[in-house]
Write a protein that binds this ligand. Sequence first.
Ligand code: BDP
Length: 672
Amino acid sequence: EDGYQLWMRYPASASQPAIEVARDTPMTRAAAAEVRRGLPTGAGPVLLALARDPRLQGLRLATAKLGDEGYSVQRITIDGRTVTLITGNSDRGLLYGAFALLRHLDTGGAIDTVALTAAPAVTLRVLNHWDNLDGVVERGYAGRSLWDWWSLPDVKDPRYTDYARANASLGINGTVLNNVNAKAVSLTAPYIAKAAALADVFRPYGIRVYLSARFSAPIELGGIKTADPRDPAVAAWWKAKADEIYRAIPDFGGFLVKANSEGQPGPRDYGASHADGANMLAAAVKPHHGIIMWRAFVYAETDPDDRAKQAYTEFKPLDGKFADNVIVQVKNGAIDFQPREPFHPLFGAMPKTPLMIEFQITKEYLGFASHLAYLGPLFEEVLDADTGVRRGETVASVVDGADDRHGISGMAGVANIGDSRDWSGSTFNQANWYAFGRLAWDPTLSSQTIAREWAAQTFGQDPAVIDAVVAIMAGSREAAVDYTGPLGLAHLMATGHHYGPGPWVSELARPEWNPVYYHRADRGGIGFDRTRTGSNAVAQYAPRVAKVYADPAKTPLEELLWFHHLPWDHQLSTGRTVWGELVHRYDRGIATVVDMRRQWEALKPRIDAKRWEKAASQLAVQEREARWWRDASLAYWMSINGLALPGGSAPPAHDLAWYKAQTFPYPPGNPQ
Ligand code: BDP
């Protein structure tokens, strides 16, 4: 047991189950192979057949609502024989149905009562790999890139197939192979051939390949003087490039673009808008049914007022201006994948534009691979958030696009996958990949249900183990919030690597790169005033939501200092002051981690040694570092507010100078 099998640890079967496949295609073959591999002894026979198969007529199966990708798994009697039928309207339905059956069995479900029906809520369920061509994964903590660009396209590592299986098991149907901070070379012929080789491996598993495109590629590769999207030569270059890619990859998904963001080139360099840029690329892929995922993650030096407002300011006026094969990719919150952020105000504000939510699965701001933080609750909290725009509208319902009848809809997750043996750098990080995939399929699932499913498939069906594992996971993200940035504080991390604490950092070139810009702590108080007396970012939300966020008494404590600058002695509903509550939450974070460790310790006899040991050592690191975050942060806050710690709270282990002096050479995942 080294974690390689992820959540697909099928029981060894003594006999070959009887499996009948009504149609022989690469995808149905993949589906059948999976069933063959995972079906326990005595669970056959299984029939995989399309809903339109002549044998199924007369059975009155309700398959119309399954759409193109949905499945139905049920027991039927055919020619006097009882079989488990996996059906759908397409081969993809059969593939997803096969995995659903195995999940059902692996989580304790019985074969003779199986009745599963599901169809995905969004059309694009995509992983974004921030993988560089030199093998370094930006913000990756699970080893090097899985893609061995050097040996591709000739060598197709069998691991590529296992990657595809794992994603297909969740319904993930797209993968962006290269970093959003893209190099133009990834669009040259040799790299297109490499991407095509991966696409060939992924195709039977229903996964399309996409590429991040560098907006200035026409200059770098085409020798054109400009990348202005309104220049016909630029548009023609992209059209020819798209044609070339589609010749090699006929089902190529399209491009993901980070433009005019953190130094990346884009249409704004030429006075053109984001819509001009996106639409020019959209026209290039349109004849091939490709799409453009255009990121809204922008913030410019020219607008130092409040970084949290910038994406909305720039994109909201463009609503209705994007081509119909463009989807705007919006991070879950308005700043940058922090352990907690209020939902992004663009959700609900651009009804004429499909918005694809982007989550970060890799834990750049939550302790890399070493800390255990289950992100299911983070994803769930954002998806369930009420936008306040229309009655009953949530972020999830904006994303699924049903109300506005968008042709495309999507969820993207920044992958936490690398070439480490356990794929994600820790067993528990696998749960974040799993949770993202399951929520992309069905955003109404609860993070708790997903955790149970994952735990059963990962550690076996012993209910005591499942309960304990789920209990550890359940509070883990909140613990990370507590010990890194409680009460709505954010962006307090050290420079560059983003691993440890650095709330004191104030000397970076751009104001909004500095933690002091975000917490605004001074002798009088702490927090970012985003109400009318401050940046008025609250006004970007629908009036019903803005009213809550504008009032410190109504703002949930979890988001309080995100929206308000409050005196240290401001009284809260908990009976504590802001300062008292802050300290209380730092301490609560530590206590939760101590408890997580204790619970894991108790599981030792029930978990295989290798996976247990690794998680145990990582939990030890987490406890040490949770204390470090707490102590460093408190030492800094006390240097600002001059207050003493409330009684019963331990003083920091070192003085502030000690914390400031810590350095971290060669952290993983740092951009070059
Ligand atoms: C930030 C990361 C940076 C990414 C950026 C992005 O620190 O490495 O390039 O997000 O999403 O959080 O483009």
